[in-house]
Design a binder for this molecule. Structure first.
Ligand code: HEM
Length: 496
């Protein structure tokens, strides 16, 4: 393991090669079968480590400082490589996938919808979606938490994108398509051999159908809005205003690409973050109790938090941060160099594939002592910060996640709203493992709901803030570690 602290660069970067570079499919298969172990093993070989993905030679960046150097130079390390090649087939050249040259224009267009003031206004709808969901739960019932969280996040993100245009049937279809697509994308990324995926196998056909259906649903929503007209204060309204104006800034195709991009990135990652958090809390009753105590104090009998409550849900937010550290939904990304560049002690030619992994950085013991342990207390003082922070669940630089503030608010509001009434318990038997696909998190996580005792009603104004400070302080001696099970990549043999 590489023991250099994140903030201190070595005078000479160490480069290496992952063992087993031949035959050429070995590393792709390792990434596919046991991706997390494979990534964990790489820092032992250097700060920049060579691997093979099928016929492609690629470099994995293992030191946080080098990752930040790469992310800051988005012109040289542009969106590209196997992941983004695949994503372009799905999202076209929307803001997530577009090349650097077109990025600033697209980001400027979409940014206003995700500004903090807008996000604060969405706190109400975020809580409503979570409340609607768990109002139907019954004590002792088993619920598919993964599906439930997808319902909440698809509901909220579709309000931002197209107000209320996604009716329940279409929303359910979108969720089904997304789950097929994220599974199929992963195997296409780590085994980038196009000829194989052109074979008419049932899984390949399912993937192609899901992509087509997702785009068709978005088309229907856009066509419906065009028919009914009327300016709406949502992302679709912004895009149509830019597309249909006297000097169109955006093409019809781009409207669809942006909506598909935001729907996919916005719903899936946020749902996985929440499912992971509920899974971790059930394994760590002391953390769960502490969060419940905070929620009860801050909500003081109210059904869900407001934007003003968010700064006081300090421990709840630490649970979100720790879940994002241990199981970052975006866990592996690719870039492609646009010119020859001196990087990490190597001269990389133009067209080199470079990978970085928030998972790898978040699990490095030199950055996070006892990294496999779920310990929200780590974030009590804000966690590792600074320009080369190893905590990068939303990336960094100009391609940093557009929805980070939105996602953090949504996760905190949803956790607090559910925790107000419910405690979620794992079913007897082994806990479902983290299953990496193109995103990381528990899939098909089924848990049992236990109703929490009714909390006292609202307290008189002015007393809640004081009471919030009475949340128990972090224990000097943290609870015993429960290891998080990990498993093979979920590229879904049958879904590939
Ligand atoms: C917990 C939830 C989320 C996580 C962990 C997450 C993570 C990330 C990461 C790591 C990237 C950078 C990818 C790269 O470097 O190649 C990214 C980009 C992006 N994310 Fe998120 N994301 C989340 C939620 C959201 C939400 C809710 C939205 C919007 C509705 C969103 C929209 C985007 C967009 C548009 C980009 C591309 C930004 C650009 O290139 O300018 N994300 N996200």
């Amino acid at each position: 393991m590489n023991h250099r602290p994140a903030g201190h660069p070595p005078t000479v970067w160490k480069t290496g090669t992952a063992p087993g570079i031949f035959p050429p499919l070995t590393h792709g298969i390792a990434l596919f079968r046991r991706p997390l172990e494979f990534l964990d093993s790489l820092s032992a070989h250097g700060d920049l480590v060579e691997i093979r993905l099928g016929p492609t030679r690629a470099w994995v960046v293992c030191h946080p400082r080098l990752v930040h150097e790469m992310l800051r130079d988005a012109r040289t390390f542009d969106k590209g490589g196997p992941l983004y090649t695949r994503l372009r087939g799905l999202m076209g050249d929307g803001v997530v996938t577009c090349p650097h040259a077109d990025h600033r224009r697209q980001r400027r267009l979409l940014q206003p919808a995700f500004r903090p003031a807008r996000v604060a206004r969405l706190t109400g709808p975020m809580g409503e979606e979570a409340e609607d969901l768990c109002r139907a739960w019954r004590d002792g019932q088993e619920v598919d938490v993964s599906a439930a969280m997808m319902t909440v996040t698809t509901g909220v993100v579709s309000r931002v994108l197209f107000s209320d245009a996604l009716d329940p049937a279409r929303a359910a279809e979108v969720r089904d398509c997304l789950s097929t697509v994220v599974r199929g994308l992963f195997v296409r990324t780590v085994v980038p051999v196009d000829a194989f995926f052109r074979l008419p196998l049932p899984g390949h056909r399912r993937y192609t159908r899901a992509v087509a259906r997702l785009r068709a649903v978005v088309d229907e929503v856009v066509a419906q809005r065009r028919r009914t007209g009327g300016a709406r204060d949502d992302v679709l309204g912004t895009l149509l205003a830019a597309a249909d104006g006297p000097e169109p800034e955006v093409t019809g195709g781009e409207v669809q690409d942006q909506l598909v991009s935001l729907l996919l990135t916005g719903a899936e990652s946020a749902a996985l973050c929440l499912s992971s958090a509920f899974g971790f809390l059930a394994l760590h009753p002391e953390a769960e109790q502490r969060m419940h105590a905070e929620v009860d104090t801050v909500l003081a009998g109210r059904a869900r938090p407001t934007a003003e409550d968010l700064p006081r849900l300090v421990y709840t937010r630490s649970v979100v941060d720790e879940s994002l550290r241990l199981a970052p939904p975006g866990w592996l990304f690719t870039r492609l160099t646009t010119r020859e560049v001196e990087f990490g002690g190597r001269r990389l030619p133009a067209g080199t594939t470079v990978l970085y992994s928030p998972y790898l950085l978040h699990h490095a013991p030199e950055s996070f002592p006892d990294p496999e342990r779920f310990l929200p207390e780590r974030w009590r003082r804000g966690g590792p910060d600074g320009p080369f922070s190893p905590m990068v669940p939303f990336a960094a630089g100009s391609r940093k996640c557009l929805g980070d503030t939105f996602a953090l608010a949504q996760a905190t509001v949803t956790l607090a709203t559910v925790a107000r009434h419910w405690r979620l318990r794992h079913r007897p038997g082994p806990v479902p493992p983290l299953r990496p696909a193109v995103t990381l998190g528990p899939r098909a996580l089924v848990m049992r709901c236990e109703r929490r005792p009714e909390q006292p009603g609202p307290v008189p104004a002015g007393t809640a803030a004081g009471a919030a400070t009475a949340v128990p302080r972090a224990r000097a001696c943290p609870p015993p570690a429960v290891r998080v099970p990990r498993e093979a990549g979920d590229a879904g043999g049958h879904d590939a």
